[in-house]
Design a protein around this ligand. Structure first.
Ligand SMILES: Nc1ncnc2c1ncn2[C@@H]1O[C@H](COP(=O)(O)OP(=O)(O)O)[C@@H](O)[C@H]1O
Ligand SMILES: Nc1ccn([C@H]2C[C@H](O)[C@@H](COP(=O)(O)OP(=O)(O)O)O2)c(=O)n1
Length: 419
């Protein structure tokens, strides 16, 4: 195991470690050096004299890696002493795509030996890589020690690396692995993920059977295809229904109705699998659009913008400024997915959206609850929506009455789609 990980890491010197102490500020970045080095001590203020450990999840199998990382936080929270604090950690090569190895950083202020026992068990049985951090010497320099498995159990390796501060990279580490971990830019990439899940998630097979029977969609449609996007409770259902009637159109949604039996199941899966499910939903809907847009205009309740914006906002940790910059390839449209004629984004103040959610009084999806709790996340979803291109969305003020919103949107459609 350790050898496999080390081959992936190459030599330590090209990697930087990022520990998220607080989602509102920058992570602490540090690197490792073979020899003792002078300079500011990265950890002095944040760690005091606590015992610290890091865990890196590694497996060549992307499904195993995603499933294990997804369950690890729960497992650790249950098994570790309550005096342990678990922080998100990533190890990466600065600004190098797909270089992130995810893990956790652990601060332990307990005096118990339980922590090391739990970590030793993980090292023995699971795809993880464990290190401890010690502070010693006259100048109290922090060093990292890699654990290894032996026949007599785990041991703290003799090799030590000095912990030194590293520069803040241009791209936040959470943006480096978005492509094909969180957002899929072709049918084939999303399909492969569900295929690989077949043995552990039997429902994937049923989804793939439906996907295999999907209808073809041509790039050009006879009638316009208009997508309505926005956060929950911004008025999408209300508007799509009235628009459909006003234009004599056909109403479709993504994910399509035929995927409903499996949606809740995939919502519990880690991002890799969950996002692949939604990506395939768009291709199924594209097949339906291809049929329906021969006969009448199509109104679509959510499509690719939702898939990409929620996925990017979930993947990118911390502040709004950590999102990939506008124009980044992550905001591009998949080359093989039918493009709509127009995408309208309903925009609402957080206060009015909250009021409508309360009036509606329905159960919210877990993610929508998170949106409520996490103002930063909501801002990131809205910003990502506005950065997606090919086509970009046109923002519509959704705060007037339902009829006023409808009239405003009909004007836009007449102007942009000549309907
Ligand atoms: N323009 C509007 N003004 C006031 N309330 C609205 C408006 N549009 C929708 N609503 C109400 O807000 C709630 C959420 O609307 P809905 O269409 O279900 O949103 P979504 O489909 O985006 O979740 C519903 O109770 C709906 O009646
Ligand atoms: N085309 C789509 C539609 C939804 N999603 C995902 C994005 C979010 O995780 C949820 C939001 O769905 P939710 O059930 O809140 O949406 P409704 O407003 O109820 O339609 O679904 C997606 O990825 N792709």
């Amino acid at each position: 195991m350790a050898r496999r990980i080390l081959s992936r890491f190459g030599h330590w010197s090209s990697y930087v470690f990022a520990v998220e102490f607080d989602t509102k500020s920058d992570p602490i970045y540090f690197a490792l050096e073979g020899k003792h080095s002078e300079g500011p001590q990265v950890f002095r203020n944040v760690l005091a004299d606590e015992r610290c450990y890091s865990l890196h999840v590694y497996s060549d199998d992307i499904i195993e890696r995603a499933k294990f990382y997804g369950g690890l936080k729960n497992k650790l929270s249950k098994e570790l002493p309550s005096e342990c604090t678990l922080l998100e950690m990533s190890t990466f090569q600065p600004n190098v795509k797909d270089s992130v190895i995810k893990g956790y950083f652990l601060k332990d202020s307990s005096k118990s030996s339980a922590t090391e026992r739990v970590l030793g068990e993980l090292l023995r049985n699971d795809p993880v890589y464990v290190c401890s951090y010690l502070c010693g010497g006259e100048d109290r320099q922090w060093s990292q020690h890699l654990w290894s498995n032996t026949e007599d159990g785990w041991v703290v390796g003799s090799e030590k690396y000095c912990v030194v501060p590293a520069e803040k990279p241009k791209h936040h580490p959470s943006t480096l692995n978005i492509i094909n971990d969180d957002v899929f830019y072709s049918f084939e990439d999303a399909y492969k993920v569900l295929q690989q899940c077949g043995d552990i998630i039997p429902e994937s097979k049923a989804v793939l059977e439906l996907v295999d029977q999907r209808l073809e969609s041509k790039e050009k449609t006879a009638f316009p295809v208009i997508v309505i996007e926005g956060l929950d409770a911004t008025g999408k259902t209300t508007l799509t229904e009235s628009l459909t009637e006003a234009l004599g159109a056909t109403l479709l949604r993504s994910p399509p109705q035929c995927l409903s039996p499996w949606r809740a199941r995939f919502d519990t899966e880690p991002p890799l699998i969950r996002r692949a499910f939604y990506a395939l939903g768009n291709y199924l809907t594209a097949g339906q659009i291809g049929q329906e847009a021969r006969k009448a205009p199509v109104i679509l309740d959510r499509y690719w913008h939702s898939t990409a914006a929620y996925a990017i906002a979930t993947a990118v940790g911390g502040k709004l400024g950590n999102l990939p910059q506008a124009g980044s390839e992550v905001y591009g449209w998949p080359g093989d997915l039918l493009r709509p004629s127009l995408v309208l984004l309903l925009s609402l103040s957080p206060q009015e959206r909250m009021r409508r959610l309360q009036v509606r009084g329905q159960d919210k999806t877990r993610e929508e609850e998170e949106l409520e709790a996490n103002h930063l996340f909501r801002q990131k979803v809205e910003e990502a929506y506005q950065r997606i291109e090919g086509p970009a969305c046109v923002t519509v003020d959704a705060s007037p009455s339902p009829d006023q919103v409808l009239q405003q949107v009909l004007l836009l459609i007449r102007e942009k789609c000549h309907l």
